[in-house]
Ligand binder design. Structure first.
Ligand SMILES: *Cc1c(COP(=O)(O)O)cnc(C)c1O
Length: 512
């Protein structure tokens, strides 16, 4: 299989980035009934090419420019082989001590390498810490649920305090906030054998008052996370400008929304900031947004799924300026940092707080060290977890940070090179300036023409790109994805796009 994969990489440029397959192709290739007796491996092996490879999109093809990069490196694949080979499940320290502790050490390595403040380190004295989620979507969802629990706990504590003050005398005994904040199910009708219980920190009657905020440029996973958390959402309209001349939310707009919603009786509880939006790679102003969140008692979560990797280079540290004001931060080394999917580290300013909101202790999960050792199961939705830190451990050691920095700089350079071709071309314009390997551009006409252009390019199948849309304007996104993409491929992509444009314009003229 290793030889097969190695050969795949060698022959990758001879393939087409996008397959010609049509939905439902599988039913001609795979029998409807499962096999009753074993088949020879040779026979299975022979099917891989025609079932899997011929009908897939080749993300590492030099002419794949869609979405964002996804990482792949030799040491990272070794990590996945080892994880699959030893096949342990690491939900608690006891279930996999090396999985738990190597993860603690490796997320610290990543944090230090991108310049996160020490307060997020596992090895630091403070309450901060990190772990590896499977995806940015999961990280965002966990952040929203933690923020939701904190807001519910705070609301209940403050109404309890208010109630105590109003009913009991001023000479109240010392009141422990900690006791109130503990996740403990309230039982109703305790005389019943199967009582109905309410989880205090996840009480729907308070959740109904909560409002989450984010920019209108957030990734769809933020919409989904907020939707599944059952809270209200307010998307704030972004503006274009700032040092990157890209899209961001003005802090004053957030302040005004919070004020308005408090006067309506709602509770603002989280802002999800994006550093490197999927549409245009716009960056939010973490410092002023963080100051507002801290002051207003709101959780700040930072989604830096794609752009976060670039903070590995000192010249891109502006991306995370002000991150010390965040309650949680996440990015995907599985996008641009040479660590294969899935690997999405997430850091909390207070990892114990989040743990207490998700704690469900079953008898079979308890162990004698749980008071002192990390049990990462408390910070994710699933119980089971893979040995993902092996990939970080191998990649950082075998490739080294300087090499990875080089690949990141190369992406930026190639993106800038394509942007230059666009700028010199009278047919096209940049939608926003190129930023860390993403180029957003459009034909200087209407949405309809640009929409047709995207369709013609993708039907042509020589290169693959996807469109974006901001405030009603459609544009094309060219992301530097494959590490095998070179300057020659950038010029090739430009040539293909020009050819496709003449087809679109010709068809338009013919209709006229
Ligand atoms: C890619 C991306 C995501 C989703 O990442 P997953 O790890 O696939 O969930 C979320 N947010 C942003 C800004 C992204 O670019």
């Amino acid at each position: 299989m290793i030889d097969f994969v190695a050969k795949y990489w060698e022959t990758l440029p001879d393939r087409q980035a996008l397959s010609d397959c049509k939905p439902g192709f599988i039913w001609d290739l795979v029998p409807k009934e499962p096999p009753k007796s074993p088949e020879s491996w040779d026979k299975i092996f022979a099917d891989i090419e025609k079932v899997v490879l011929e009908n897939n999109t080749h993300w590492h093809h030099p002419h794949f420019f869609a979405y964002f990069a996804t990482a792949c490196s030799y040491p990272s694949i070794m990590g996945d082989i080892l994880s699959g080979g030893i096949a342990s499940i690491g939900f608690s320290w006891k279930s996999s001590p090396s999985m738990t502790e190597l993860e603690m050490a490796c997320v610290d390595w990543v944090a230090q390498s991108i310049g996160l403040p020490n307060l997020f380190l596992n090895s630091d004295e403070g309450p901060g810490g990190g772990m590896i989620q499977s995806t940015a979507s999961d990280a965002t969802y966990v952040a929203i649920l933690s923020a939701r629990a904190r807001a519910v706990a705070n609301y209940k504590a403050s109404s309890k305090v208010a109630w105590l003050y109003s009913t009991v005398s001023k000479a109240l005994p010392k009141f422990s906030l900690k006791e109130v904040l503990k996740t403990k199910p309230t039982e109703y009708a305790v005389d019943e054998e199967d009582p109905i219980i309410t989880f205090e920190n996840h009480d729907a009657s308070v959740i109904a008052k909560l409002v989450a905020y984010c920019s209108d440029q957030v990734h769809s996973s933020v919409d989904k996370g907020i939707m599944l958390a059952g809270v209200k959402m307010r998307k704030l309209k972004s503006v274009v400008g700032g040092p990157l001349n890209n899209y961001f939310v003005e802090p004053a707009r957030l302040e005004a929304a919070i004020k308005e919603d408090r006067s309506r009786g709602f509770i603002p509880f989280i802002y999800v900031a994006t550093v490197g939006t999927t549409n245009t790679c716009g960056v939010e102003m973490l410092r002023p947004i963080g100051e507002i969140c801290n002051r207003e008692n709101m959780w700040l979560h930072v989604d830096s799924a794609y752009a976060g990797s670039f903070a590995l280079c000192p010249e891109y540290r502006y991306l995370i300026d002000g991150v010390e004001l965040a309650d949680s931060f996440n990015f995907n080394p599985h996008k641009a940092m040479q660590i294969n999917f899935d690997c999405s580290p997430m850091w909390f300013k207070d990892i114990k707080e989040a743990t207490c909101y998700f704690n469900v202790d079953a008898e079979y999960l308890k162990h004698e060290h749980q008071a002192v050792a990390a049990d990462y199961r408390h910070l994710q939705i699933a119980l089971g977890r893979r040995f993902r830190s092996l990939k970080i451990w191998f990649v950082f050691r075998a490739l080294g940070i300087e090499y990875i920095q080089g690949t990141l700089r190369e992406r930026v350079k190639l993106g800038d090179e394509f942007a230059e071709l666009i700028e010199k071309d009278d047919d096209f314009e940049l939608f926003v300036p190129a930023h860390v390997g993403l180029v957003c551009f459009r034909h200087k006409s209407d949405n309809e023409t640009n929409d047709k252009l995207v369709a013609v390019i993708n039907n042509d199948h020589r290169i693959h790109i996807v469109p974006g849309k901001v405030h009603g304007t459609l544009f094309l996104r060219l992301a530097i994805c494959s590490l095998s993409t070179t300057s020659k491929d950038i010029h090739y992509a430009y040539k293909v796009i020009k050819e496709c444009l003449s087809k679109v314009l010709q068809a338009k003229n013919n209709v006229v």
